[in-house]
Ligand binder design. Structure first.
Ligand code: 5GP
Length: 199
């Protein structure tokens, strides 16, 4: 019995919250995928909730929990979100459900939150030990190109994302760790080393 308890305690202290932010189009998703495949760490991705409609190939419960605005706000009023924000002005809501985090952290997992900067800073206020990582583009022109290539954005939405990106780059100074995603393999190597250093 006492052995079981101390094991639980050990796992609890080994759990981590890792916040990864960066402008839309910087390639956070691809970078994280690569690191998840190769890092040999107990990493798990938190699946956010959103009111935005799924893009082609996005699955409910995998990329996001896709909720109606009514359901999202019901859960928000219920206190189910650790953080949530309307990410683009007049646009959609995104948020981290507490349920994504708590049991996994208690089980010793390293939960990765891929969220925007205002969400990240809110998590940091609540969990000062959260590891804060910001992924930067080499420059803003690279972002413009990537958003244009992605082709999933209307012109207006792409412009809003670029404006959001400039605001995020200013706030990013509050993040402890910065990684430039110019070459995917190099960036993945840096992120892996950073995480391994926390073992
Ligand atoms: P997208 O619609 O392209 O998937 O994501 C748009 C933005 O929402 C990205 O900057 C992403 O980091 C942010 N985002 C995704 N999930 C969350 C979340 O749970 N909370 C917050 N605050 N932002 C999120």
């Amino acid at each position: 019995m006492s052995n079981e308890l101390s094991e639980q305690q050990r796992l609890k202290t080994n759990g981590r919250i890792i916040v990864v932010s960066g402008p839309s189009g910087v390639g956070k998703g691809t970078l994280l995928k690569k690191v998840f495949q190769t890092a040999e760490l107990p990493l798990e991705l938190s699946v956010s909730a959103t009111t935005r409609p799924p893009r082609p190939n996005e699955r409910n419960g995998v990329e996001y929990h896709f909720l109606s605005p009514e359901e999202f706000h019901r859960r928000r009023e219920n206190g189910e979100f650790l953080e949530c924000f309307e990410v683009f002005r007049g646009g959609h809501w995104y948020g981290t459900l507490r349920s994504e985090l708590e049991s996994r952290c208690a089980a010793g997992k390293w939960v990765v939150l891929e969220i925007d900067v205002q969400g990240g800073l809110s998590v940091q206020r609540q969990y000062p030990d959260a590891v804060m990582i910001f992924i930067r583009p080499k420059n803003v022109d690279v972002l413009k190109e990537r958003l244009a290539k992605r082709g999933t954005e209307s012109q207006k939405s792409a412009e809003q994302r670029l404006q959001q990106a400039s605001r995020e780059l200013e706030l990013a100074e509050r993040y402890a760790h910065h990684i430039v995603n110019d070459d995917l393999d190099v960036a993945a190597g840096e992120l892996r080393e950073l995480l391994k250093g926390m073992e």
